[in-house]
Design a protein around this ligand. Structure first.
Ligand SMILES: C[S@@+](CC[C@H](N)C(=O)[O-])C[C@H]1O[C@@H](n2cnc3c(N)ncnc32)[C@H](O)[C@@H]1O
Length: 336
C-alpha cells in the first residue's frame, strides 16, 4: 500500500448545539493549552521530570491496543493529540485510521508525524494505513454526519481526554452518542481518564482545596468546599490540573459509575475499568507485556521494581483509570 499525504479537515461546530459562553470559553482554554504545547526533541523528552510516567502511559495505551485492535480494523481516535499512538496502531496492523482533535497545533503535529516529515530529532516513519485527520470539537460536532462514509469503525480510542466532555451533560452525551453511532455492533471503545474516586478521596484527605506532589497539583474551587458531590448533578465538577511538562488546564470529574450508566443508555456494556496501578499489576503478569515494559523503559527491569519511575510519578499514575466498553447492538438514531 502507498503512503498518502494527509490534509486536515476543519469541522464547524453544531449550530443546533446549545452551549453557554462559559462552556465554550473553557473548551477553547483546553484547546489553546494543548495547541501551544510544541513538539519536544528526543533530548527534551528524555529530560522531562515525568518521562517515566509518559512511558508508563504509553505502555498502558499499547497494552489496550494490543488487547483489542485486530489486523485490518478501522480506528477512530478521538482527541488524538499529536498522533502519539500512530506507531501503536501501525504495530497492530490496522487498516484505516481517523484522528480528530480540537487543538490545531496538535492535529498539525499529528499530520506531520503521519507524513513522516518529523524533523531529525524525532523518529521518522511513513505510515501506510490510509488515514484522515480532522480539527474539531468531538464533544460538540455531529461526528455521525461528518464520518457517515467512514463508518462503521471497529474500534474507538479516547486516551486521556474523555473527561473534557464532562463539563456539561449535553457534551458528555454528544461524546457517547457520536461513538455509539460510529462503532459497529460488537465494536470496542477503549480509553483512559482520571479516576474520580481517587481524586475525590485525595481532596477529602487534603486540608484545603488542593493536593499534589513535586510533579502535579489539583485545585478545586471554594464552591466545592463541602467536598460532597451529588449524584444528581454529576456534570461540571471542575478542577484545575497541573502536571509538570504536560498539562495545565481545567478538567472535569467523571464519576465512573455514572459514566457507565450513561454509556449503557448509548448501547455500551462495560468490559472492565481498572485504576492504572491495578492495570499495571495485572498485565505485568503477562510475559509479552513485561517485555514491552522493558523496551519502553518505564519501570526499570519491569519486575515490579519502580526504580526508574519516581514515587511522585507513580502517584500520578494512580490518578487515572483505563476502561473498555463494548457496543452491544446496532447504531441508535440521534435526534435531528
Ligand atoms: C492529554 S492529551 C491526550 C492526547 C492523545 N489522546 C494521547 O493520548 O497522546 C488530551 C487531548 O484532548 C484533546 N481535546 C480536549 N478536548 C477536546 C475536544 N472537545 N475535542 C477534541 N479533542 C479534545 C486535546 O486537544 C488534547 O490533544
Amino acid at each position: 500500500m502507498q503512503h498518502q499525504e494527509l490534509w486536515i479537515f476543519h469541522l464547524d461546530g453544531d449550530s443546533h448545539f446549545l452551549e453557554d459562553e462559559t462552556t465554550k470559553i473553557f473548551a477553547r482554554k483546553v484547546a489553546d493549552h494543548y495547541s501551544a504545547r510544541t513538539n519536544q526533541t528526543l533530548e527534551e523528552r528524555e529530560a522531562s521530570p515525568i518521562i517515566h510516567l509518559k512511558k508508563l502511559n504509553n505502555w498502558i495505551k499499547s497494552v489496550l491496543i494490543q488487547l483489542y485492535a485486530r489486523r485490518g480494523d478501522a480506528v477512530l481516535d478521538l482527541a488524538c493529540g499529536k498522533g502519539g499512538d500512530l506507531i501503536k496502531w501501525d504495530k497492530a496492523k490496522v487498516g484505516y485510521y481517523v484522528g480528530i482533535d480540537i487543538a490545531e497545533g496538535s492535529i498539525e503535529d499529528c499530520r506531520t508525524r503521519y507524513n513522516g516529515d518529523a524533523d531529525h530529532h524525532q523518529r521518522r516513519k511513513k505510515f501506510i494505513f490510509p488515514a484522515r485527520l480532522f480539527c474539531g470539537d468531538c464533544y460538540e460536532v455531529r461526528l455521525d454526519k461528518v464520518l457517515a462514509n467512514d463508518a462503521p469503525f471497529d474500534i474507538c480510542s479516547c486516551q486521556f481526554a474523555l473527561h473534557y466532555s464532562w463539563s456539561t451533560e449535553a457534551r458528555a452525551r454528544r461524546a457517547l452518542a457520536n461513538i455509539s453511532a460510529l462503532l459497529r455492533p460488537g465494536g470496542i471503545f477503549i480509553g483512559t481518564m482520571p479516576d474520580a474516586n481517587v481524586l475525590i478521596k485525595k481532596l477529602r484527605e487534603a486540608e484545603g482545596m488542593s493536593f499534589g506532589n513535586s510533579v502535579y497539583w489539583v485545585h478545586f474551587d471554594e464552591e466545592f468546599s463541602e467536598k460532597k458531590f451529588k449524584a444528581s448533578s454529576p456534570f461540571g465538577i471542575k478542577y484545575k490540573f497541573h502536571l509538570e511538562d504536560a498539562v495545565d488546564c481545567p478538567e472535569w470529574i467523571v464519576p465512573f459509575h455514572l459514566f457507565k450508566s450513561l454509556a449503557e443508555e448509548y448501547d455500551f456494556e462495560l468490559v472492565f475499568a481498572k485504576n492504572s496501578h491495578e492495570f499495571v499489576h495485572e498485565y505485568m503478569k503477562k510475559p509479552e507485556f513485561v517485555e514491552l515494559m522493558r523496551r519502553l523503559g518505564a519501570l526499570g527491569d519491569g519486575n515490579q521494581d519502580h526504580t526508574t519511575l519516581s514515587a511522585d510519578e507513580w502517584e500520578v499514575a494512580y490518578l487515572y483509570l483505563a476502561f473498555v466498553l463494548r457496543k452491544v447492538s446496532s447504531p441508535i438514531c440521534l435526534n435531528e
